[in-house]
Design a protein around this ligand. Structure first.
Ligand code: HEC
Length: 283
């Protein structure tokens, strides 16, 4: 083993004492203390191995005062490591993975009301004519509040979907839309009647889907939240109630629905009108 030159050893000691705060000469006596003996003497091999690495920086003649960090380094270290344009992908990844792990169909929600109502929208064929997301096709757009313009109340929509457009061809239906016009049945084509195709539960589910999910109706109002709860319970009960069209006509608003009587339910306590309703309407 080659000798370490004397001047280097001195410099090393001086630097070490600077670092430890001990005077260089104190090195030897300090080695006698119990603590340092335990470390250095008990494990000479480790000590030997440690010394060079610990000392090497001090072999450098004069440690330069640390330079101010250059701007471009600062910019690099403070930069966000994920570019902003990749954020949507990065943030969506867990959701996507979660969807894969789950049903693959509705990664956004597990709410059976939302899932089941969406399924009926497809199964009943609505999606084929009105678009998978309600954007329209051979039938009107139902999304983005469109269907809410025509039908401020779900009950009038139930009647329209149940009997279809053929039964009231040429008649105005629904409310005045933002363009100042009411819909006239048959203008765009024919909406097939669902009276014998759907149960009352399915009718309400599909209408829930078009209003709440596709058109973004605020379901947090008391009346709407109550209705949503009813639709959920009805779906979970597995009930298959035949649509009572006369009952729907009695409940519908004559201003929006041709043939509606506006009588309401004759037994509001036990058989309230379908759809959301505030307490005054139940009279
Ligand atoms: C065969 C194609 C077809 C299918 C299937 C279909 N629709 Fe329609 N729908 C139409 C057409 C066409 C119109 C417009 C008819 C008209 O001009 O009166 C319409 C109109 C409507 C309207 C009135 C919208 C408005 O703003 O005036 C609603 C609500 C509606 N459909 C809901 C449904 C639902 C719910 C289903 C599934 C149960 C469904 N549709 C299935 C073609 C279809």
């Amino acid at each position: 083993m080659s000798e370490i030159p004397e001047h280097l050893l001195k410099r090393s000691k001086a630097a070490k004492s600077k670092a430890t705060g001990k005077p260089a000469e104190a090195d030897a006596p300090a080695a006698d203390t119990a603590a340092s003996t335990a470390v250095t003497a008990a494990t000479p091999a480790t000590a030997a191995a440690v010394v060079p690495t610990a000392d090497l920086p001090y072999l450098d003649p004069e440690p330069e005062p640390s330079k101010p960090t250059p701007e471009y380094i600062k910019a690099y270290t403070s930069r966000k490591k994920i570019p902003f344009w990749a954020m949507p992908v990065v943030l969506a990844a867990p959701v996507w993975a979660y969807g894969l792990a789950g049903t693959l169909q509705q990664p956004e929600t597990e709410d059976p009301l939302v899932v089941e109502s969406a399924e009926i929208y497809v199964a009943a064929g609505c999606a084929g004519c009105h678009g998978a997301n309600g954007g329209g096709g051979s039938g009107y757009q139902l999304s983005d509040g469109e269907v809410l313009q025509t039908f401020p109340e779900a009950i009038d929509m139930m009647v329209h979907v149940a009997r279809g457009s053929g039964a009231i061809n040429g008649e105005a239906y629904g409310a005045e839309r933002t363009d100042g016009n009411r819909r006239v049945s048959g203008t765009l084509g024919q909406m097939p009647a669902q009276l014998n195709a759907l149960t009352q539960e399915e009718l309400e589910l599909v209408i829930y889907h078009e209003r709440a999910t596709l058109s973004g109706e605020d379901m947090s109002t008391e009346a709407n939240a109550e209705w949503a709860e009813h639709v959920r319970e009805a779906a979970e009960s597995g009930a298959e109630t035949e649509i009572d069209f006369d009952f729907l006509l009695a409940c519908a608003n004559p201003n929006f629905t041709p043939g509606a009587t506006g009588e309401g339910s004759d037994d509001p306590e036990n058989r309230p009108c379908p759809g959301p309703h505030s307490t005054e309407e139940a009279e």
